[in-house]
Ligand binder design. Sequence first.
Ligand code: XIL
Length: 358
Amino acid sequence: MGQSFTPGSAPDQPLAQIAQGRGYTYGCAVTARLIAEEPDFAALVAREAGLLVPEYEAKFDTLQPEQGRFDTGPLDALLRWAEHFRKPLRGHALIWHNALPDWVPPVLAESRARAQGVMEAHFDHVLAHTRERIRDWDVVNEPIANPPGSDVPEPPGNSGDLRDSPWLRALGPDYVAIALRAARQRDRTLRLTLNDYGVEADSPPAEEKRRRLLRLLRSLRDRNVALDAVGIQGHLQMREAFSPAIFSAFVKDIRALGLQVLITELDVREVKPPVGDFVARDSAVAQRVHAFASAAFEGGARTLLTWGISDRWSWLHREQTVALDPGDVHRGLPYDWELNRKQMWRALARAFLGQGVG
Ligand code: XIL
């Protein structure tokens, strides 16, 4: 246990309850497979999370693997589980450049009308199917182009603020507005969210990405395009600098446009190779998470989800490009591989409570 964290430094209650007591919501990403096959995972989520988001089950390739053939089975399974525990579930994600089944890009490329038709058919089916049960959707995920200097910069040739994507190529930069309007048209009271990453750090590429996102949000507002919230993914990296003042000012800038802000996918990548023993590593992660969450709340965010809950099932060790060397995993979620609470759990609890890192 690190110097600055004693076992008694946060109440022994589920994070959901600690958050809710202060008017916040804590949740996490889940998968239908883990819920069905890993009882320890399911029990942990049932206890800790007040809100869920499917890691895969509401992405395009799962929902419509072939044109006109919809499969809501995995999502329905998650919804049943969520409803059993009375936990709301967010939708993620309708329009994204990733998780597109093979059939989509060529059809989008055929013509503007075909592309619009694909979008509308998907929304018609999915939003009608989930209407009573999902009230908050990431309508557009990751629309902003990564500036020069990012880990994965936008390829040369695309000079706009928006990332190259089959949707952008088919419908032009207006595809974001088209998607938001189509979602609003089908469900007047759905909370429409635009979700993106790479806007958290104190670095030149993150600064430019914040500028690009704000430009998009302002142009949507100026054109009266329906939008309710911005999701900031929060895939943090320990090697990047973080400034609470800069980040909370950014959250306030978004809120000043009349939009809510959610932290939708928080987790932490450590430096590679990680430095120090588990206590030192967990302490560094916890400090960063506390600074980040506190700055988000100071800026006006009221909802925070982690992308998973235990290091054991984190995407961070399945993604080759970001994984640590074999035998080690990023310790970037509230619970470790053996499902012990880590300092990150306490850091989140204390941030929800408005307390210092401890
Ligand atoms: C990730 C999943 O966690 C991975 O398992 C999958 O291989 C790729 O997608 N931003 C998002 C999420 O919006 O949907 C991504 O989820 C992580 C980055």
